[in-house]
Design a protein around this ligand. Structure first.
Ligand code: HEC
Length: 146
């Protein structure tokens, strides 16, 4: 029980702070990547809420939400390609020193989104372990909290 909760708590807690995260960001490249990450955060929260029964489990909706994560994950190398910064950005400059690793981690996010299991809420919850690990693995290295 505790274990399951912890697995899905990762993306949910990440998305909790996103409401004002990019307010006032001027740099267009930074804003674009922050908005993509916001969309990923909202999608992960919705899946987490379904997994926990906060909202009804709907496999069709879950597929759409997952595809949204996949599309943004696929775009991440393009969105982050240019070294761009803004006082509000939470991106660590080490992204551009370790570019290949960052690209691999974007691909891992895509893979873990593809591996989500929509048989029922329990299966979704378990399969979100991989998704949560992809988020936190990258954030730990490349996202700094302002
Ligand atoms: C390959 C690396 C990587 C992966 C994987 C990743 N993120 Fe991020 N995320 C970042 C970086 C870097 C930032 C900071 C971007 C900036 O501020 O310029 C960020 C920022 C965010 C933000 C703040 C967005 C905003 O409004 O400014 C949220 C929410 C977020 N991530 C959620 C998630 C969730 C949920 C997952 C997994 C489903 C995930 N991320 C996977 C690198 C990643």
């Amino acid at each position: 029980m505790t274990k399951t909760f912890r697995l899905i708590a990762v993306p949910t807690s990440l998305s909790a702070t996103l409401a004002v995260a990019h307010d006032g960001v001027k740099d267009v490249d930074v804003l674009a990547r922050m908005k993509a990450m916001e969309a990923i955060g909202l999608a992960a929260k919705e899946l987490g809420d379904m997994a926990r029964g906060f909202i009804p489990f709907d496999p069709n909706r879950a597929h759409i939400v997952r595809d949204n994560i996949s599309v943004h994950a696929k775009n991440m190398p393009t969105l982050f390609a240019k070294f761009a910064t803004d006082p509000k950005s939470e991106a660590a400059s080490t992204i551009w020193d370790n570019w290949d690793d960052f690209v691999i981690r974007s691909a891992e996010l895509q893979k873990s989104a593809s591996a989500l299991n929509f048989s029922d809420a329990g299966a979704l919850s378990l399969s979100m372990r991989g998704l949560g690990a992809a988020c936190s693995g990258c954030h730990k290295l490349y996202r700094i909290k302002n």
